[in-house]
Design a protein around this ligand. Structure first.
Ligand code: TYM
Length: 329
């Protein structure tokens, strides 16, 4: 049995990248593994949400998680800030995290470049907080997309460093994980890069069919292949990549063959892709709308998760305090 921990920042609706990168297959793991799923609302503070936005986003992400198939009776689903032990472990790990290594992480450098006016210490130590989330429950596997690979490497490093420093075998070194396959990156449909909330190119689980069709039909392509078997450009490859996760293998192969023989019509490809996305998202969207309206249910789920997560966290903090040398008189 694995101990699985995964999280999503509460900064907006869930998109196909979140769903296929970190969520979809997770659902299958709930029965046989000890799974923790949480909403990373402490992490979202690096971008300074208003109090109303903070709460609204947590609530929305919670409803979308549940709608995607997380079962609060099987997995532990909780809000990060309901478990203040996380903040303590973060503080303790910070003492052995070095400014130089934190400054060198790709996501930190990216954020400095994009928002030079908001280079706060929380951004710098973001991977430490993430490590605290993960090793708090002594995770062995962490379902994440490709973009989180480096953060996972840091989590392993901090776990190992703690063990070495105190000469214990206490924390596992958690592995990034996509269910037997390699980590994936779902691209945007704007020609390059990944799909992301801050990239403004999200295809959201909550989008209705009309919005979805419009987004897909607007996807960037190229002027089409001119010779048989010519290499696929990035923008068209992005369409194939999304098709690979939402459509049947036959459908994908059909359009790849059409491309190879120069007979492809991008309009047809997009129409098919839109319908296949709609097939995946429609049942989830309907559940989101129901669940988001049921405050009583959300309250119950959050309380249940908080209790289970705190039990696990309290045990870790107690043992970590003993290892470090905080002793009662
Ligand atoms: P976040 O909120 O940006 O994304 C949540 C999860 O979705 C994955 N993801 C993607 N996967 C494939 N293709 C994409 N285009 C794509 N976009 C997002 C992310 O890899 C991630 O798995 N730091 C994390 C949240 C976090 C966390 C944790 C995750 C905090 N503590 C502990 C795992 C374990 C984040 O910002 O993810």
């Amino acid at each position: 049995m694995e101990r699985v921990v995964s999280g999503i920042r509460s900064t907006g609706n869930l998109h196909l990248g979140n769903y296929f990168g970190a969520l979809k297959n997770f659902i299958k793991m709930q029965d046989e593994n000890e799974c923790f799923f949480f909403i990373a609302d402490y992490h979202s503070l690096t971008t300074h949400p208003t109090p109303e936005n903070l709460h609204g986003n947590v609530r929305q992400v919670l409803a979308e998680y549940l709608a995607a198939g997380i079962d609060p009776e099987k997995a532990t689903i909780y809000v990060q800030s309901d478990v203040p032990e996380v903040a303590e472990l973060y503080l303790l790990l910070n003492m052995n995290a070095y400014v130089g290594e934190l400054e060198r992480t790709t996501s930190f450098k990216d954020k400095v470049r994009k928002n030079p006016n908001n280079v706060n210490a929380g951004l710098l130590t973001y991977p430490v907080l993430m490590a605290a989330d993960i090793i708090m429950h002594n995770a062995t596997k962490v379902p994440v997309g490709k973009d989180q690979e480096q953060n996972l490497e840091m989590a392993r490093k901090f776990a190992r460093r703690f063990n070495n420093m105190y000469n214990v075998e206490y924390f596992n070194e958690p592995e990034p994980f996509n269910f037997g396959e390699s980590l994936i990156k779902i691209p945007g449909l704007d020609g390059s890069g990944k799909m992301g909330k801050s990239e403004g190119n999200g295809i959201y689980l909550i989008d209705d069919p009309k919005v979805l069709r419009k987004k897909v039909m607007k996807a960037v392509t190229d002027s089409g292949p001119t010779e048989p078997n010519s290499p696929v450009t990035e923008s068209v490859q992005n369409l194939f990549t999304i098709m690979d996760v939402v459509s049947t293998p036959d459908t994908l192969q059909y359009f790849k063959d059409k491309y190879a023989s120069c007979e492809i019509r991008y309009g047809d490809l997009k129409k098919q892709l839109a319908e296949d996305i709609i097939k995946v998202t429609t049942p989830i969207r309907e559940r989101i709308l129901d669940i988001a309206a049921d405050t009583e249910y959300l309250r119950k789920v959050v309380k249940l998760g908080e209790d289970k997560a705190r039990e696990s966290a309290a045990k870790t903090i107690k043992e970590v305090r003993e290892i470090i040398g905080f002793k009662p008189f």
